[in-house]
Every structure is written in structure tokens, then in C-alpha cells.
Design a protein around this ligand. Structure first.
Ligand SMILES: Cc1cc2nc3c(=O)[nH]c(=O)nc-3n(C[C@H](O)[C@H](O)[C@H](O)COP(=O)(O)O)c2cc1C
Ligand code: SF4
Length: 678
């Protein structure tokens, strides 16, 4: 078997375009658009992948071609008028300079969007069938809709060509307009666009024919589609193979980009963007089934997170181009590292889904573990050396401390990292104990390995004290001592144990358990699942309107599926106000947040999840000894300027949950942003 580098670094030619290797990123909508345009932030994000060796980067997930498929809701790109062309030109030049190709995804979202933004136009679809995920019932398309939307696609295609892009794909995947026509789950028409598969394919064919008439046969045009909608009333694998074959044989498309599933509802969406609960490459058989039947290159993305799996997908002939989309969000330089034989240095995507989950609550895509992604204007992916080498002491080997140690070592400083526990990871080590979240351990594993490689000295089992810190005579002290569970201060709160106690194994769940989740984050749901798998009878109660309310759209469905499967009872809209003992059992008093009526639960154990409070004892012991009294100059921090250098003693900085309980990304960003300039 050839090495991953031998397989993946082979070029692929599509028409006149030679892609320098087999690794690409599929189009995604990171929420970096501004006024519907890909401006500097968007361009720098993709330029970084081009610098990192990628062959083809596709931007502009779900870029719109018509006014009733608005770009505004997720800060996307609008290709519905000519004003976007200069941005495309600048963007293509920027990416081409580094030897990569640049394409976009064009689409009309049909019913898969919102009507209550931007233009306030009703959504349209093949039939007036409600889309559960976007909560809207579209208008059934009439003759003049067909005409203007087909023309909109053709005009958008022209803009891509004029903008110097190497090509584009049309999305007929995830339940966009073209596949809304294909799918019997949506299309109930009785005219020439409904009924037989041939009729259901007609709208898409008309779109591609209009595009070809506009851009000619030489321009590269592809299609993204599902290889099996994976729903009872949807397109089967057989249907999808027939569609791909038909479009390819008509000469309409130059490549087909195949994925598994579609995204009409919450669970389907989670399946189409598989998180860490899925095995790697779970749907590779679907592009493979289409590749056997078409003579054009086949692309595929879906949880190909490591280069060995990517190489296997190409080497065994399942795909021609392997997309590592989130893998590039986690590490935009992964192809360069492959070429340089530095596979160990690749920061592998762990499948946390933080990137995608943020955009569904109106945010921008950020990687849970790589604070530079999407922030290329201010945060470097390659850390520069400092002018002077300094002695840095970091306390705490959770994500914040490990990232601080890594970045300081990259700066060329001498770094000592002290950790109280016997191993690194901090709260990640606790979270990863829960059923399907084990892959989180990849984050501290990579950070630790990098820190050691860069010469960081790590001492485990050491409780740092002020005296010990002073004895090391450091120039800089970075405290990343993390948090401890907040146990609440309501009457009887001392009778509860924390979710940490359970996940770390300090307390064994037994009998009937009430888990009170005050944060709606992963930890409460994870802990409930963990206890149920160990045989406990579990009820989860929360003041939120649903369980795991803060968990994002590709993760929450997995929690809900597991909680239902394990028979966990779910009680929403209730606050835990009191606990009192009854014999050796406990009574939990839950108050309805709306009626204020109280209910009681007699159980064997009560577990609370209320987030963390900072471990800040060492910080306050050191504060008056430090030259800067622990102060971080926030203006300098935000401006990307170094902190003032003390003229005596050491400077002290506190980062991560040791300041205030937040999340893994915040801890890593705290560390990287501060340390890149120290
Ligand atoms: C933030 C984000 C936004 C996405 N938006 C789109 C989109 O607009 N259109 C699309 O076809 N796919 C979209 N995707 C899906 C990706 O193209 C890709 O199919 C998915 O991430 C699975 O591949 P991966 O496991 O290599 O990341 C998005 C993915 C992410 C992470
Ligand atoms: S947030 Fe998670 S899923 Fe997204 S790129 Fe980073 S590691 Fe991968």
C-alpha cells in the first residue's frame, strides 16, 4: 500500500484545470460574509488553506442566486447581482498566488431558509410541504418562478466566470431547491416537474442547461448531491445513482460531490454533519456507489478527519478528491505537513461540531481547538519567535495551560508546566469520560505532544504554591488553574454531588437519580447518559425550555437520541430550589418557573451541574508579589500588542476558567491571544 503522501499528493486534471493533489475543502458557510460579499476575513481564511497546500478550496456554502433565497440569515454570499464580481477577482488572485484552485457553491435554498429576513419574500419549493428545520411552509413554484430562478442560476454562473473562479458547484444536497424537486418527500406535483424520477429531475436539468448556455462547455461546473437521503420517504441510493448518471451522461456536470443524508430536520442534520459520535468516514460507500457508474471525478466530505483514511478513500478508488473540510478548519496546513512528512504535527479535527453549531445560532464558525481559524487577520497559524528568550512558568495542564505552554515554547521561551493531577487535560479529561465524547481527548493529546516536542518541561503531581513559583524565578507566570464545580447555594445543596464527582468515578451512580442541569451545556446531558448506561434510573431536570438547550444543532440531537434511548426522564422549566434528607435518601424540591408550583422527587442520589467557579487561590497568593499585580492590559491584548515588560520580578497572567468558567475555545483563545505576543 503506498504511503498517504504518495496517494494524496498526485494531481488530478479536470478539463483544463490541474488540481495539485487530492485534498480539498467543500463549500461551507462560516458566517464570515459581509454585506453578502466575501471580504478580507473570508478571503484570508481560505488563503490560509491555499498556503497550507490544499488543492481546491471551495467557499461560499449555499451562496444565493435569487432574491427569495436570502444571503443575510447566515452572513452568506449573494451572487444575485454583479456587485460581487470584483470581490471574486480579488479572492481568486489571492488563492491562485499559492497554487490552489478556488470554486464556489451556488444554490437556491427553496424552503430551506427563512422568509423573515432581508427581502421578506415567501420561500418557494416544488410543493407546499413544510420544512421542519427552518419552520416554514413554502409557496409551490409557478411558471414565472421557474423562469426567473433558472435565469438567476445562469447569471450567477456568468459572475463566477467573470470573477476568475475556477468553477462552481450547484448544491442539490442537504434539501436545497433542486433536490426538493428530486425528492418524493417534498415533490407532490402532478405537472411535468412531478411524478416520475424523469419529471422530478427536469427542473435541475433546465438549470444546468441554462448555465451551460451561459458559460459554455469549457467552464467547470459540478453538482453536490446526496448518495442516499437516508429517510423513509426520500431518495434511495438507487435513485441517486440514476440521477448522477443521467446528469453526467448529458454532459451537464464535470464533477459530482456526494454526501450521505439530507438535513430537513434536527436529527437528519446531525447525521449529515457527523460529529464525534460517528465513526470516521461513515458514508464513504455512497460516493463509491456513484463513482462506479459515472465517468466524471467524484468528491466526498463527511468526517474524513485523518490523512490515512483520506488516502484509503482515494487509493481504494472510492473517490477522486477527498474533502477534509472541518479537518482544514482545525488545521489549514495539513497538506503541507503531509508533504513535509510531519503527520504528527497535524492538529486533527475531533468532531466537536463547535464550528457548525455556532453558525446556527447566528455566530461565526470557530474551531473549538484552533483559535487562529477565522481570525487570520489577528491570530497567526504559525507563531513567530520572540526577540528575547524568557523563563515562563505555566500552572495547569488543561486546554488553556497547554496552549499557553505550546505557544510560549513556539516563541522560543523556556517553559515549565506544573500540573497537580497525574495527567494533562483538565476538564476535558472529565468531559471525555462521558459516553460518546471520548474523542475530545484528542485536544489535550495534540497540545501535550506539541509542547513536549518544543521542549516544554511538564511536571505532573505538583501542587503549585507561591513559594514554589518564586523559587523557579520566572519572568512570566501564567495561571491556568481551571475551575471547580459550582455546587450551588440553595438550602440543602451540600446533599448533592456534582456531575464531575460522577464522571471522574469519585461517586458511583446507583438506584434512582435526579440530575439537575442548570447550564444546558454538554455536561448535564452527558452525565445523565453516563449514569443511565451504568444502570441508574435517571431523571434530568432543567429550568431551560428543553434539555441541553445550549448544545448546538449537530450535537443536541445526539444527546436527545441517547437520553430517549436510555429511558432518561426529562423535565423542563423547573428550578431546583431545595434538597432535604429522608432517611438515607434525598428529596429534591423542583419549582415550576412559570406557575411557581412545587413538586418533590424522592430519590437515592441528587447530582447537580451548575458550571464552574474559578480555582483562583494561587492567583490571589501571587497577585501582590507580581510586578503587574495580575493585570492584563486589555487594550494591548485586543490590539495584538505585547503586554508591558516589568522592570523587576515577574509578570502574572490568569487565563481560561481560572478567571471565569466558559468553554474550551475560550480557554484556548485566552492563551493563544495573550501568549503570541509575550
Ligand atoms: C460551518 C459549516 C457550514 C457549512 N455550510 C455548508 C453549506 O452552506 N453548504 C454545504 O453544502 N455544506 C455545508 N457544510 C458542510 C461541509 O461542506 C461538509 O459537507 C461537512 O463539513 C462534512 O465534511 P467534513 O467532515 O470534512 O467537515 C458546512 C459545514 C460547516 C462546518
Ligand atoms: S470545532 Fe470541532 S468539528 Fe469543528 S473543526 Fe474544530 S475540531 Fe473539527
Amino acid at each position: 500500500m503506498p504511503s498517504p503522501a504518495e496517494t494524496l499528493l498526485k494531481p488530478l486534471t479536470i478539463k483544463h484545470l490541474t488540481l495539485r493533489n487530492r485534498v480539498m475543502s467543500t463549500s461551507h458557510a462560516p458566517g464570515y460574509g459581509s454585506d453578502g460579499k466575501p471580504k478580507e476575513r473570508y478571503q484570508l481564511y481560505h488563503e490560509e488553506k491555499a498556503k497550507g497546500g490544499i488543492a481546491l478550496t471551495m467557499f461560499g456554502g449555499s451562496s444565493s442566486v435569487a432574491v427569495d433565497s436570502p444571503a443575510a440569515p447566515w452572513n452568506q454570499i449573494s451572487v444575485a447581482d454583479d456587485s460581487v464580481i470584483p470581490f471574486f477577482r480579488e479572492f481568486s488572485d489571492r488563492v491562485h498566488r499559492h497554487g490552489a484552485a478556488l470554486m464556489i457553491q451556488l444554490t437556491h435554498m427553496g424552503r430551506r431558509t427563512r422568509w423573515d429576513t432581508e427581502n421578506w419574500l415567501p420561500t418557494v419549493s416544488a410543493s407546499a410541504r413544510r420544512e421542519p428545520a427552518h419552520r416554514n411552509t413554502p409557496k409551490e413554484m409557478e411558471d414565472w418562478d421557474f423562469k426567473r430562478i433558472v435565469a438567476g442560476f445562469a447569471a450567477a454562473a456568468r459572475r463566477c466566470k467573470e470573477g476568475g473562479l475556477d468553477g462552481f458547484e450547484l448544491s442539490a444536497a442537504h434539501g436545497h431547491l433542486i433536490d426538493q424537486f428530486w425528492s418524493p418527500s417534498v415533490n407532490r406535483r402532478t405537472d411535468k416537474y412531478g411524478g416520475s424520477l424523469e419529471n422530478r429531475m427536469r427542473f435541475g436539468i433546465e438549470v444546468f442547461e441554462a448555465i451551460r448556455a451561459e458559460v459554455g462547455d469549457d467552464y467547470i461546473v459540478g453538482m453536490r448531491m446526496s448518495g442516499d437521503e437516508l429517510i423513509d420517504d426520500g431518495l434511495t441510493n438507487e435513485d441517486c445513482v440514476a440521477i448522477a448518471r443521467s446528469y453526467a451522461e448529458r454532459g451537464l456536470i464535470d464533477f459530482v460531490n456526494v454526501l450521505g443524508g439530507q438535513a430537513r430536520d434536527h436529527m437528519a442534520h446531525a447525521v449529515s454533519l457527523p460529529n464525534m459520535s460517528f465513526p470516521v468516514a461513515p458514508f464513504l460507500h455512497l460516493p463509491s456507489s456513484i463513482k462506479r457508474e459515472v465517468g466524471i471525478p467524484v468528491f466526498h466530505a463527511q468526517r474524513v478527519t485523518d490523512l490515512a483514511t483520506a488516502a484509503r478513500a482515494v487509493e481504494e478508488g472510492h473517490v477522486d478528491m477527498v474533502a477534509m473540510t472541518r479537518a482544514h478548519i482545525a488545521d489549514p496546513h495539513l497538506v503541507r505537513k503531509l508533504a513535509e512528512g510531519r503527520l504528527d504535527d497535524v492538529r486533527q479535527c475531533v468532531g466537536a461540531g463547535y464550528c457548525i453549531d455556532r453558525i446556527y445560532v447566528g455566530g461565526d464558525a470557530l474551531c473549538i481547538q484552533n483559535a487562529a481559524t477565522g481570525r487570520e487577520a489577528t491570530m497567526p497559524h504559525v507563531i513567530a519567535k520572540a526577540a528575547a528568550r524568557r523563563r515562563v512558568l505555566v500552572v495547569g495542564a488543561g486546554p488553556a495551560g497547554l496552549e499557553a505552554a505550546r505557544v510560549c515554547a513556539e516563541r522560543g521561551h523556556s517553559v515549565l508546566l506544573l500540573e497537580r493531577a497525574a495527567a494533562a487535560g483538565g476538564q476535558i479529561a472529565v468531559a471525555a469520560k462521558a459516553t460518546w465524547r471520548e474523542a475530545l481527548t484528542g485536544i489535550p493529546r495534540w497540545l501535550t505532544q506539541q509542547a513536549l516536542k518544543l521542549g516544554v518541561e511538564i511536571r505532573y503531581g505538583v501542587e503549585a504554591t507561591a513559594a514554589l513559583v518564586e523559587a523557579e524565578n520566572p519572568d512570566l507566570v501564567i495561571l491556568a488553574t481551571g475551575g471547580r464545580p459550582d455546587r450551588g447555594d440553595f438550602p440543602g445543596s451540600d446533599l448533592a454531588v456534582s456531575a464531575w464527582d460522577v464522571l471522574t468515578g469519585a461517586v458511583e451512580p446507583a438506584g434512582s437519580v435526579l440530575l439537575y442541569d442548570g447550564t444546558g451545556q454538554h455536561h448535564g446531558a452527558s452525565c445523565a447518559e453516563f449514569m443511565a448506561t451504568r444502570g441508574a434510573l435517571v431523571e434530568i431536570a432543567t429550568p431551560d425550555r428543553m434539555v441541553a438547550e445550549e448544545v448546538g444543532t449537530t450535537n443536541q440531537p445526539i444527546h436527545l437520541r441517547e437520553l430517549y434511548r436510555l429511558g432518561v426522564m426529562m423535565t423542563t422549566n423547573h428550578t431546583l430550589v431545595e434538597i432535604y434528607p429522608e432517611g438515607n435518601r434525598r428529596v429534591a424540591v423542583l419549582r415550576n418557573d412559570y406557575t411557581h408550583e412545587e413538586e418533590e422527587r424522592l430519590v437515592d442520589q441528587i447530582v447537580v451541574e451548575l458550571g464552574t467557579l474559578p480555582n483562583d487561590g494561587l492567583y490571589f497568593d501571587l497577585k501582590e508579589l507580581a510586578a503587574n499585580r495580575g493585570e492584563i492590559d486589555l487594550d494591548r491584548l485586543l490590539a495584538g500588542r505585547p503586554q508591558p515588560v516589568p522592570d523587576r520580578g515577574f509578570a502574572l497572567y490568569r487565563i481560561g476558567d481560572a478567571v471565569a468558567g466558559r468553554n474550551i475555545h475560550a480557554a484556548i483563545y485566552d492563551a493563544a491571544r495573550l501568549c503570541k505576543d509575550l
